[in-house]
Design a protein around this ligand. Structure first.
Ligand code: GLY
Length: 257
C-alpha cells in the first residue's frame, strides 16, 4: 500500500531555517491544523500516513522530504545542508528500513531531498545552498549500478530544485523559467508558471488527483482545465517556513523492485 511518511509539527517551527524569505510570525495552532488538512489530502490521494516520532527540538522536522529520497530499488538517507537539520535523518532511517534497503550520504557531501528531482531513470540534483557536487558524485555511485543517470543543475534563486519545478506527467512539468531553464529538460514540455505565481510549482500529483494550495489560483485553474480532481488546501503558515507541499512528506509508492 502506498505510504506518505510525515512528522508532527515542532512547537519551535517559527525558529526554522530561512534562506530566501524574511521571517514572519507563524501561528503554530493554525500550522498544526493545516498539516492535519495536508495529511487528510494525502489520504484522499490514496496514501496511508505513517507518522515519524515527534521531535519538538527540531524546528524544521516537519519537512521530512529533505531527509530521504525513495526509489523503487532502494532509499537514500540524506545529509541535510543546514547543520540544524542533520538530527532529523535518524528517525527517518529507522522507519524507511521497513520499506527499502538504505544507502547513506556521507560527509563532505550535503544533500536535501528537495533538491532531488527524478524523471524516470534520470536523477537531477540541484546544486543549491544546501546540496553540493560531492552529493551528486555519491548519488551517482549508489544509483548508476541500478541503471540511473545523475546530473547536477545549478539552483541560484530559490531554496531547492523542486521549488522551481514539479512533475505533472512523465512528459509534462510546471516550471518557473526565471529560476530554472527548461533547457535542462529537453524533450519534455515545460509549462511556465503564471508570472503572478512564482511558487506555482507547488503541486503534488497522483493518479487522477492534483493537490495545490489556495495561494496559486492560476495554477489551480490550469490543473482543473487539464481534468484532474483538484484538491486545494491552505498552507499559509508552512509557506512562511519556506516550504512547499512536497516538503512535508516522503512518499513510498508500492513499486518496490
Ligand atoms: N525551512 C525549511 C528549510 O529551510 O529547510
Amino acid at each position: 500500500m502506498p505510504v506518505a511518511i510525515t512528522r508532527p509539527i515542532s512547537p519551535k517551527l517559527a525558529e526554522c531555517e530561512l534562506t530566501y524569505l524574511d521571517r514572519k510570525p507563524i501561528e503554530i495552532h493554525l500550522a498544526k491544523e493545516q498539516h492535519r488538512v495536508y495529511e487528510n489530502a494525502l489520504e484522499k490521494m490514496g496514501y496511508t500516513i505513517r507518522l515519524l516520532p515527534k521531535k519538538p527540538d527540531l524546528p524544521d522536522g516537519v519537512f521530512v522530504e529533505d531527509t530521504a529520497v525513495v526509489f523503487p530499488e532502494r532509499a537514500i538517507i540524506t545529509r541535510p545542508g543546514a547543520e540544524s537539520r542533520r538530527p532529523e535523518t535518524e528517525s527517518m532511517a529507522k522507519v524507511l528500513q521497513d520499506y527499502r534497503d538504505l544507502s547513506f550520504i556521507k560527509a563532505p557531501a550535503t544533500l536535501d531531498g528537495g533538491d532531488v528531482f527524478v524523471l524516470g531513470k534520470h536523477i537531477f540534483i540541484g546544486l543549491s545552498k544546501r546540496s553540493n557536487g560531492e552529493a551528486v558524485r555519491q548519488v551517482d555511485e549508489i544509483m548508476r549500478p541500478l541503471g540511473y543517470r545523475v546530473s547536477g543543475i545549478p539552483v541560484r534563486h530559490c531554496l531547492h530544485l523542486k521549488t522551481a519545478v514539479a512533475r505533472i506527467e512523465d512528459d509534462l512539468m510546471l516550471i518557473n523559467p526565471k529560476w530554472l531553464s527548461p533547457a535542462h529538460f529537453p524533450g519534455i514540455h515545460c509549462e511556465p508558471v503564471h508570472p503572478d505565481e512564482p511558487y506555482g510549482t507547488n503541486v503534488m500529483r497522483r493518479d487522477k488527483f492534483a493537490l495545490t494550495t489556495t495561494a496559486f489560483p492560476y495554477t489551480a485553474e490550469w490543473l482543473a482545465r487539464r481534468g484532474y480532481d483538484l484538491i486545494v488546501i491552505d498552507q499559509s503558515e508552512l509557506a512562511k517556513a519556506e516550504a512547499g507541499l512536497t516538503c512535508s512528506s516522503v512518499i513510498v509508492e508500492d513499486n518496490q523492485i
